[in-house]
Every structure is written in C-alpha cells, then in structure tokens.
Design a protein. Structure first.
Length: 167
C-alpha cells in the first residue's frame, strides 16, 4: 500500500514499545511484546538466528506490524507477528513477507499458533492451510474467571504462538 512499506529491521527499538502500548489491547490474552522482551526472546537466543521484518508508515517512524522469522533448511518459520488494529495491515504485511519468502526459494512458510478464526481466515488468503498438530495445550481456567470474563472462551481474543511456550 502507498501509505506503508516493509523493511528488514536489525533490532527491536522504541518504535516496538510504542507499537506494543497501542496494540496490546487488541488481543485480550497474549504474551508480552515489549522491545526488551522481544530482544531477549528472539535476538539473544544462541540456537537460531531470528530476523525481523517491520511494516512502517511512509515516514518510517511508526510501526504498523512486524514478523519475526527464521530459516529452517528450505522452510521459513514465522516465530512471532503482530499488527495494529487496522484490518489492512495483516494482509499488507503478509503479502510483502510471502513475496520475500518466494524470493529466497523457501519451500514453505510455517506458523504454529493456537487457532484464532479471524487470523486463520486472513492467513488462508495467502495459501496457509491448517494442519493437524500433535501438540496439546492445557489451560486451567476457574469457573469464577469464566463468569467474570466470558470472552476467554472465544478464540478470537487469543494470540498465542508456539514461541509463547514459556508463558
């Protein structure tokens, strides 16, 4: 889109903190996404080289979304992503990222997350298919919490990726 563009980012800077402050309420149940946490989680790991793509406004001072990914042999694994509340930004970010993935010769792009119907519908537009997974997630939610927060039962309020497995 003319009002924003994607580019590789080397570090999680203050734009990521401003972005997190703005977007953390989009999903009621999600992991922390501050710059400091993202840096620790994805850039300080000795096991994999994670890379970042950011979606910015035309002045490059406002983050609209990001993807953290890594190359695994001939595949690309999306480790984390987040866009702000505007509906156009996830498709814009994914279109740019999928173009990049094709240019690297990747055979597939993989993302592992708890099912979120709204996100899944948008990802299917880019050729993602839902696969059965042998992994299980166990949640223990008290009846009092369900009564107080009935939205917890609706997956559209969740954004949990496999990289959130340490929560």
């Amino acid at each position: 889109k003319g009002d924003c563009f994607c580019e590789a980012v080397k570090d999680f800077d203050k734009r990521f903190d401003l972005f997190w402050e703005k977007t953390q309420s989009k999903f009621t149940i999600t992991g922390e996404r501050t710059a400091l946490y993202l840096k620790w989680k994805f850039l300080m790991t000795p096991h994999f080289e994670n890379k970042i793509v950011g979606l910015f406004n035309s002045e490059k001072n406002t983050l609209k979304g990001y993807i953290v990914y890594r190359h695994l042999d001939r595949d690309i694994e999306i480790r984390d992503f987040l866009t702000d509340g505007e509906a156009k930004f996830l498709p814009t970010l994914m279109a740019a990222f999928m173009s990049y993935a094709r240019s690297t010769g990747a055979e597939s792009v993989v993302i592992s997350m708890l099912e979120n119907g709204e996100v899944l519908r948008q990802m299917q537009r880019f050729g993602f298919i839902q696969r059965n997974n042998e992994q299980s997630v166990a949640l223990s939610i008290s009846d009092s919490l369900i009564i107080k927060f009935p939205f917890i039962k609706e997956n559209k309020h969740w954004l949990m990726l496999q990289s959130d497995d340490d929560m």
